[in-house]
Design a protein around this ligand. Structure first.
Ligand SMILES: Nc1ncnc2c1ncn2[C@@H]1O[C@H](COP(=O)(O)OP(=O)(O)O)[C@@H](O)[C@H]1O
Ligand SMILES: [Mg+2]
Length: 523
């Protein structure tokens, strides 16, 4: 448990209109740090205080010193506060209202609306439960016996190599501009749509424009009615940015524990949370530790990640983006966050530069969920073999640069070509980019992805896959040829799993394409 959690004030009744506590007095102001002297009734750590001014400026107690001094953070960034101002204790920690009423709206870390629409009616607000954002509401986060349920994202490369499983954590890791946000939007679009699940979105320290775009995308796809958004973007002060994710989790916990729901939580960007905590740490004069990060960086990561949990009530499936400073994956904060993930999707600049979208570095990505127990034998075996072929491709590339492709053995050349076909196959158009590119996105079921891979690399016993009818949306014109889409025949493989319900083939053809060299023995 972090210091923050231990010190968090117990949830209390809302502050009485007339506080009976003795007031404090503003003594020093330095940027966002304000020291307040209390002769009596010292406030608690993480307690909310309000300045007796026109704005009722909110302050958050960050540390206590010298027995009578509360070191506070100017959470609202209100610069009208002056020395000598009186300050009133609220008697409770930073709380937000929780309830269905929060859905469809955009909130700040204090639970104030920032979508330009009015605050909820006071009568509604008064009835709503208030929860402190610092401490988990429900302590029992033990794993349940619920079976792993794979969620399809409709994106081939993700569903195949880094599966999404309900109640688990998935991260999109990469430097600036490699496509983390766009990929997150596509996943929200594909996973939230049709699932009816409640979604939380936390915009942490990223561009404000992206918030507007997300709001619009959700509206266009009729997803606002199931989504609550929290924004503390880069225009906000570091105090807000460091708290916004916790506010989103607090509401997620309410839906999980009180309403027994499965919740999706999207956070863009988790690294910015650590960065904001670092900024706050610097302004309250803490000495940096590891790699220039705050001394509390480990507990900061833990505080957040431990709450993204599944328990007996319901689940929180978390997708988070992780910005990689200077493209350095060994950055300590990136490492700490990555360590918490079940599936890690690495996006790379080198891959993006080749025009591959999503720009997934397949060999750098990993998932502890890619096991026969979770994804099934067929998927597991295909993924293992496809990974081996892609690994071989990497080493063959070096050889080819020196001796040329013609010098490869027949078997190496075959694997080399299979790898190239796989890379081509995993390229995919996004639905959320349709308005930019004018080309519709593709949505593939996991079965279609498995069939597609099998057509390229053959079956485990070395025999070629029976070609299947092309299903789903065909590749748009101009898209590079996808080997899988070329195979069109109305056949089911004998080993098709029971869950594979028959679908009407989009196109039928009698021919059985001889795409694969038959019976090349895999090693
Ligand atoms: N799937 C995609 N298809 C086409 N363009 C993309 C795709 N993903 C990203 N881009 C381009 O890359 C830019 C940066 O992507 P973004 O998701 O904002 O990066 P990040 O969040 O990693 O900084 C986008 O504005 C877009 O132009
Ligand atoms: Mg981004």
């Amino acid at each position: 448990m972090s210091e923050e959690q231990q010190a968090a004030v117990k949830p209390a009744a809302p502050a009485p209109a007339q506080s009976t506590y003795k007031k404090g007095i503003v003594r020093t102001l330095k940027g966002l740090v304000i020291k307040i002297q209390f002769d009596e009734d010292m406030p608690d750590l993480n307690e909310m205080l309000y300045v007796d001014n026109e704005n009722k400026s909110p302050l958050l107690v960050s540390a206590l010193s010298h027995g009578d001094m509360a070191v506070c953070l100017n959470i609202g960034g209100d610069y009208s506060i002056q020395k000598g101002d009186k300050v009133t204790r609220s008697g409770h920690s930073l709380e937000i209202p929780v309830g269905e009423e929060m859905i469809g709206r955009v909130w700040d870390a204090m639970g104030r609306p920032i979508d330009g629409k009015p605050q909820l009616d006071q009568a509604v607000l008064d009835k709503m439960i208030k929860r402190p954002i610092f401490s988990p509401n429900f302590q029992e986060t033990g794993l349940t016996n619920r079976p792993d349920e794979v969620l399809d994202t409709g994106l081939k490369v993700l569903d195949f190599f880094t599966p999404f499983v309900k109640g688990r954590k998935i991260g999109i890791v990469g430097g600036a501009g490699v496509g983390k946000t766009v990929l997150t939007m596509e996943i929200i679009n594909n996973v939230a749509e049709g699932s009816g699940a409640i979604s939380m979105f936390a915009g942490i320290g990223e561009r404000i424009r992206e918030g507007h775009e997300l709001y619009k995308t959700l509206g266009d796809n009729d997803l606002l009615k199931t989504t609550a958004m929290f924004f503390g973007q880069m225009n906000e002060n570091p105090v807000q940015r460091s708290l916004i994710g916790l506010a989103a989790i607090t509401l997620a916990e309410y839906f999980r524990d009180d309403l027994k729901k499965d919740v999706l939580l999207f956070a863009d960007n988790m690294y910015r949370y650590i960065q904001a905590k670092n900024e706050v740490s610097t302004i309250v004069d803490q000495t940096p530790a590891e790699g220039g990060y705050q001394p509390t960086v480990f507990s900061d990561v833990k505080t957040f990640q431990d709450r993204l949990a599944t328990n007996v009530n319901g689940s929180i499936t978390a997708l988070q983006t992780i910005y990689v400073p200077a493209d350095d994956l060994s950055d300590p904060a990136v490492q700490m966050i990555s360590h918490e993930l079940d599936s890690t999707i690495v996006l790379s600049r080198a891959v993006a530069a080749q025009g591959i979208r999503p720009a997934v570095d397949i060999l750098a990505s990993k998932s502890s969920l890619l096991t026969p127990e979770v994804v099934g034998e067929r998927h597991y075996s295909l993924a293992t073999r496809a990974t081996a072929i892609l690994q071989k491709y990497e080493s063959l590339k070096g050889i080819i640069a020196i001796i040329g492709e013609s010098e490869l053995s027949a078997e190496d050349r075959d694997d080399y070509n299979k790898a190239k076909a796989l890379i081509e196959f995993f390229k995919q158009r996004f639905n959320v980019m349709e308005k930019v590119t004018g080309v519709p996105g593709e949505h593939m079921t996991r079965e279609q992805t498995l069939d597609g891979v099998e057509e390229i690399i053959g079956k485990a016993d070395g025999s070629p896959a029976e070609p299947k009818a092309a299903e789903g949306k065909p590749a748009p014109a101009g898209e590079p040829a996808k080997p899988a889409a070329e195979a069109e025949a109305e056949q089911k493989p004998a080993d098709a799993p029971a869950s594979d319900k028959p679908e009407e083939p989009a196109a039928r053809a009698e021919k059985t394409p001889e795409k694969q060299e038959p019976a090349k023995q895999d090693k």
